[in-house]
Ligand binder design. Sequence first.
Ligand code: UDP
Ligand code: MG
Length: 161
Amino acid sequence: FRLHSAGIAGIREQTLVAVKPDGVQRQLVGEIIQRFEKRGFQLVGLKLVQPSRDVLSEHYHDLQKKPFYSALIQYMSSGPIVVMVWEGCDVVSVSRMMVGDTNPAAARPGTVRGDLCVHISRNAIHASDSVAVAKKEISLWFHGSELVEWESCTRKNNYNV
Ligand code: UDP
Ligand code: MG
């Protein structure tokens, strides 16, 4: 299977995407999953969790000194989130484009935040911002056994393999 998909570099790139508590409360989970599915990315991990402050403080540890940090942790721990791992060519950078600017007021129409959100403090979705960060975030939120390697029948339609 690995040999089969080795034809295109980066085809197995993975990223962490999360629907934040406001997105879950607003019933945007299906809409968000659908955007990634329709784009052609492959789902390899998915769960609904009530995130602990410990995991959140690790997840956002680079932002500890920011003035909005404690409000961010409060918000992110206010209810369940949906964490997922998506796989595909350039999935990290493409996901960031699909998510849009951190501030929904600056996010372009067509992006999740540009279509579905209004305020930076409630921007519905998270996506890893680099391949290295994606690796860390995936291992923070998922056990290896929770990620499923599977052959999608759309793969040969989406890639030149
Ligand atoms: N955030 C906020 N106020 C700000 C900047 C960020 O509440 O002024 C929150 C927002 O939820 C954002 C998260 O902190 O998504 C992480 O910030 P980052 O700069 O990493 O943005 P992202 O990568 O989510 O676009
Ligand atoms: Mg970020």
